[in-house]
Each structure stands twice: as structure tokens, then as C-alpha cells.
Design a binder for this molecule. Structure first.
Ligand SMILES: O=P(O)(O)OP(=O)(O)OP(=O)(O)OC[C@H]1O[C@@H](n2cnc3c(O)ncnc32)[C@H](O)[C@@H]1O
Ligand SMILES: [Ca+2]
Length: 497
């Protein structure tokens, strides 16, 4: 018994100092690990919001974007959280009843009120950008376009958001912001990667934007936009062709076929068996074609389909002018275009149409695409309607024309070849956000893309905490090892008698 007591007394681990040091060490480690865990626990994220209304020629759409509140400057962080399609036509179609243009936006705006948390309403910027439909109305009747904007502005200001104004985007802005959107969403800007060109096909205009290595912007300055984003310089080529959206090109094509004011036309771009009576005054009621109206036309004409892709391509080609080019190279209508450099993302009507026609796969050879269009266009109208009972008839009637226009615009207009056609991707969304000019527009107006690359800490926070914890553990082990001379096995064993 006495020997046991003696052993207990002599065991250095049982001295108060070592016990206190051990306890403090354990507490320190528990504290460190707790801090590390707590620091890295996911905290509920706070978001900021922005709303953009895309007032296109054919319709208006509302987009809500959100991004983490404390990280305005980080790329790839702004995402579309909601979209709403405004019922009815584009705001430019309300020229004779402007108040209705404002009213038309109400439902989507109410939806936005629900989707953006109430607390954030007042600090949420709200923008409206109008494109080719309003550009045309402004050319035709600037007073009417002003009235539409007044009505739209008054309607939007009734909502609790931070209204930042409504205006017409220039074609250059529309093209450039579409390019920013797709490259931002694809994380190409911050990393300084090769960029994607943007092809946007609307109802009234179409845009092409891309970076070409051997293009410095000097040949045609009006087609050049320079950006400095995240420390990288970009020299973007962009052009917007007003009147070359698919609705206006359809007018141009019909105008071409009704030059002599006939009462009936046999249109190769519509299916055999398609027949509709159309009004001359409605067809020519657009600045894109108004100057071509036949002098002595009847009131109506009968629009009959014939369903012939090749002839349709000839009609579509007639809307392009290839005769003059004062630059080293042009696309069409005497517009400069540098050498194409892919890849390209093609969105809006490019996607709607090619998706309907099952032609979004660009590894399908161009020749095969043309064969498919040939057989699609030749399909009788009755059969087409039977095969697609749920598709809007106005869309359905035009897919043959639109598909033909898309292929002709890309190959004859922009000079895509059988080879470079496969550089195009028909896209609707990138990582959940719609491809279009709206996101780029908002990023620009909220200064969310810095010119210079933001400084990043050498280590992420979690890495920092982990390293501190591991180092503390190592120090503690070292400390224990340094007490080795005091360990029981190292001290002299008491003899038990
Ligand atoms: O850019 P602008 O020229 O102002 O026009 P927009 O913004 O209104 O044009 P969209 O991209 O919304 O649509 C382009 C065209 O595609 C048509 N469209 C929209 N959805 C479609 C669908 O599902 N199928 C076929 N066409 C569609 C629409 O009517 C237009 O003619
Ligand atoms: Ca558009």
C-alpha cells in the first residue's frame, strides 16, 4: 500500500502543473476546432436584386436577377431567379393607345413584387430597355414613341422598386450587352479565356458580335466596342441589322413577291395548302418596307404556300444586298465584318426556330440541314397542323420561312461555311439564365464588372482556419513530446516489494 502511494506521489503526470497544462491545452484545441467549425458553418445568404424589362418588338419580358449581397464584384455570381413573359404584343404596338402599353406590364410587375423580398424592394433597381420595335416607331413617329415611354414610365413608377428609367438601346449596345451576358454566364471574362461570339435574332433586328484577333476596330469604328473587364482588354466587333429580325424579313420577302401588286402570290416559304387572305396596308405598315408599297395595289392578296426550300432561299437572298462593299470584307448591305472567329452562341429566335425544327445539333452537316428543311417545307400545311396541335398557328406557319432565313443569314449573310457552322451552338439559357442583352445591360449599369481584376486573398477563409487548427495541434503534440522526460516510463520505476 505504501509503495502504491509512493508511486502515485512520484508520477510526474499527477503533478498539478502538468494537469493544468494538459487541461489548458485540451481547452485550447477544443476552442480552436469550435471556432473553425463555427466560422465555416454556412450562414444564411443575403441577396440583392435587380429587374430588367426587355421591351422587344414582338413582346416584353421581365427578368429578375439576384446576387450575394456582399459580393457585388465577383464574376459568375449574378443569376436570373425569375422571368415573366408579358401578355400581348411589344410596347411599340400600342402607339395609338399608349396607356395600354403601361397597363400591359402590370401583371409581371406584380409578380416581381412577390418574388423580390419586401425588405429589398426599395433598393432594387428597375430598368426598361426597348429594342428594334421602338427604334422603328421612333423613326416613324417620334411623338408616339415618346408617349409610349411616358405611359410605361408612369406605370413602372407605381411599383416600390428603384426605377432607373426606360430608354431605347442602340443596336450597338444591344449587340455588345448580349455578348457580355453570354461570356459572363460562361465564366469567360474573369478568367480571361477565349470569348464566345453572340448571335441574337429578334423580331425586328438581328445582332452579331464577336472578338476577332486580327481586328483592331480601325476599319469601321462604328462597329467597334472596346471593354476593359477584370483586367483584360476586349476589342469587340458588333453590328445590329435593323429590319433583319425574322418578322421584318418576312415583310421584306413578301414585299419582294408583291412588287407588282398581284392579287395572289405563290410563296415557296410557306407549306403547300397554306392559304390566307392578307392586307396590303398591314403588310406595308412598317418603315422597313413602306417605301416599296406598289402604287396601285388591291386591298388584299391571297397568300398561298408552295413549300420549296430552294426557291424560298432565292427569295430570302433577295433581301440582302451584296453589290457594294467599301471595306476589305463585308457581310451584306455594305456592312464591314472581320473574319469570323468562333465559338458562337445563337439565341432568341435562332433557338426557338432551330429547336422546333430539331436542328439545334450543329454537328449535323449543313447539307443535311438543308435536306431536312427541303422535306419540312414541302410537307403539306394540313399535315403540319395535325402533327403539332399545340403550337400557335402563327408560329407554325412560319417555321419553314424562319429556318430558311436562319440558314441563309448565317451562310450567305455572315459567311459561315460548312465547317464553321459547327462552331455555332443554339442556346436558350446558360446555367439557368436566359441568353440575351438584359443581364449585360444590368451588370454595366450597376458597375458590377470591374475594369481591373479584384485582389483575391492568397488563401480562402476555410483554408486559413484549417491551417491554423493543424498548426495548433502540431504545436500541442510537440509540447507533449517535449515533456517526455517527465513521462512515467522514462522516470525511474519505483520498486514494489
Ligand atoms: O429583339 P427585337 O427585334 O426587338 O424582337 P424581340 O425581342 O421581341 O424578339 P424575340 O427574340 O422575343 O423573338 C424573336 C422572334 O421569335 C418569335 N418567337 C418567340 N417565341 C417563339 C416560338 O416559340 N416559336 C417561334 N417563334 C417564336 C417572336 O414572335 C419574334 O418574331
Ligand atoms: Ca430581342
Amino acid at each position: 500500500m505504501s509503495a502504491q502511494r509512493e508511486m502515485k506521489e512520484k508520477n510526474p503526470w499527477h503533478t498539478p502543473v502538468t494537469i493544468i497544462i494538459t487541461v489548458i491545452g485540451v481547452i485550447a484545441i477544443v476552442a480552436l476546432v469550435t471556432v473553425a467549425v463555427l466560422q465555416n458553418r454556412p450562414v444564411p445568404q443575403k441577396y440583392k436584386y435587380g429587374i430588367v424589362l426587355d421591351a422587344g418588338s414582338s413582346h416584353t419580358a421581365l427578368y429578375i436577377y439576384a446576387w450575394p449581397a456582399e459580393k457585388d464584384n465577383n464574376t459568375g455570381r449574378v443569376q436570373q431567379t425569375h422571368s415573366c413573359k408579358v401578355k400581348g404584343k411589344g410596347i411599340s404596338s400600342y402607339a395609338s393607345e399608349p396607356l395600354k402599353a403601361g397597363e400591359s406590364l402590370k401583371l409581371c410587375m406584380q409578380e416581381a413584387e412577390q418574388k423580390v423580398p419586401r425588405k429589398r424592394h426599395h433598393q432594387t433597381p428597375l430598368y426598361l430597355g426597348a429594342t428594334a420595335g421602338m427604334r422603328l416607331l421612333n423613326m416613324e413617329n417620334s411623338k408616339a414613341s415618346e408617349k409610349v415611354f411616358q405611359a410605361v414610365g408612369a406605370a413602372l413608377q407605381k411599383f416600390p422598386f428603384s426605377y432607373q428609367g426606360a430608354r431605347i438601346l442602340s443596336g450597338q449596345e444591344e449587340g455588345a450587352f448580349g455578348w457580355v451576358t453570354v461570356n459572363y454566364l460562361d465564366d469567360r471574362l474573369k478568367q480571361g479565356l477565349e470569348t464566345i461570339g453572340a448571335l441574337d435574332l429578334g423580331g425586328a433586328s438581328t445582332q452579331i458580335s464577336f472578338v476577332s484577333d486580327n481586328y483592331d476596330g480601325s476599319e469601321s469604328p462604328s462597329n467597334s466596342v472596346t471593354f476593359r473587364l477584370y483586367g483584360n482588354d476586349y476589342n469587340l466587333y458588333t453590328h445590329s441589322f435593323l429590319c433583319y429580325g425574322k418578322d421584318q424579313v418576312l415583310r421584306l420577302a413578301l414585299a419582294h413577291q408583291t412588287q407588282s401588286g398581284p392579287t395572289t402570290i405563290l410563296d415557296p416559304c410557306f407549306h403547300p395548302g397554306y392559304t390566307e387572305t392578307k392586307n396590303y396596308s398591314v403588310l406595308y405598315d412598317s418603315p422597313c418596307v413602306s417605301d416599296r408599297k406598289p402604287l396601285e395595289d388591291p386591298v388584299t392578296f391571297i397568300h398561298n404556300g408552295q413549300g420549296n426550300f430552294q426557291q424560298c432561299q432565292e427569295v430570302v437572298k433577295s433581301v440582302f444586298n451584296f453589290t457594294t462593299c467599301k471595306y476589305s470584307q463585308c457581310s451584306f448591305n455594305g456592312v464591314f465584318q472581320p473574319h469570323l472567329q468562333g465559338p458562337f452562341g445563337a439565341f432568341s429566335a435562332y433557338y426557338f426556330v432551330m429547336n422546333f425544327l430539331n436542328l439545334t445539333d450543329t454537328s449535323i452537316p449543313l447539307e443535311t440541314v438543308k435536306e431536312k428543311l427541303t422535306s419540312y417545307c414541302a410537307t403539306p400545311w394540313k399535315e403540319i397542323v395535325k402533327q403539332h396541335p399545340n403550337v400557335k398557328l402563327s408560329y407554325l406557319a412560319e417555321y419553314c420561312f424562319s429556318g430558311t432565313y436562319i440558314i441563309t443569314l448565317l451562310t450567305e449573310g455572315y459567311n459561315f461555311t460548312s465547317k464553321s457552322y459547327s462552331d455555332i451552338k443554339f442556346i436558350k439559357k446558360i446555367k439557368g439564365s436566359d441568353a440575351g442583352w438584359t443581364l449585360g445591360y444590368m451588370l454595366n449599369l450597376t458597375n458590377m464588372i470591374p475594369a481591373e481584376a479584384p485582389d483575391t486573398p492568397p488563401l480562402p477563409h476555410a483554408g486559413y482556419v484549417s491551417i491554423v487548427t493543424v498548426m495548433a495541434l502540431l504545436l500541442f503534440i510537440l509540447f507533449i513530446v517535449s515533456l517526455r522526460p517527465l513521462w512515467p516510463s522514462c522516470s525511474k520505476q519505483p520498486q514494489i516489494v
